[in-house]
Ligand binder design. Sequence first.
Ligand SMILES: [Zn+2]
Length: 294
Amino acid sequence: MPELPEVEVVRRGIEPYLSGATLHNVEVHHERVARRFAGTADDLARQLEGQTVTTVERRGKYLWATLGEDTRSILFHLGMSGQILVDENHLPQRAHTRLHAQIGADTFLSFVDQRTFGYVTIDNLVPTVSTLDPTIVRFVPSLAAHIAPDLLEPAFDLEEVARTIRSRRVPIKTALLNQEIVSGIGNIYADEALWQARVHAARLASGLSYATIREILQAAQEVMQRALNVGGTSFDNLYVNAAGEPGYFARSLAAYGKAGTPCPRCQSLLERCVVGGRSHTYCPNCQKVPRRNR
Ligand SMILES: [Zn+2]
């Protein structure tokens, strides 16, 4: 599933084409992709026809293009396997194309989603106020208004988020995956951040020091930034992929999906367990299992 860096790679890829573009010949091919829209797939296509995009933005895993007077947006959620692709040629539409639109003389936007867990809709923008600074107001789609700022936003309030995490009597990994506390962290970056900060996922968030929680959040920021830098190099201008394909980021990952291989720090073999219903890969030497879990 794409997490923050993968969605940001997509955003950066489509932004130069979509900013200022007007949508024409819009087709929406599957009712399921329009399931969050109050109308049919055809209604969605009609309402998108002739709309002009101003900016392309992201919070966590939500990606949107603001429309016209900045009160509405086209909201994309990539789900498990969604891709947004830009072609600079008339090509036959790809298999599993759910939305197709002309965005320039010879430029086309496709939302491709084999499993159709993702969706596209038109959504109103609503103001959200930063806890860091009440003068920072950001307009986000109403469907994304319940999620917290992500780790790479200027409005991300590290101290406030650390306080919220420490107030929860849940495993630290469960708190990190809670999009209402901090958005954009999924299984991959949670495991990487915990490995880097040497904290086992099952440790109770309320039992950790502020310094440790800060360290975990900073590790998540750092690993996401690193992934973003690597992901950005794998795409050319014509083919914009939702990154995070298995095997690609795998090279820069230390822990996620690497059970049975040596810890890059101490060479102990990484192990796997389940915390809060999610798989967790950790180093038994660097990330001590909490006593109550032994
Ligand atoms: Zn280790």
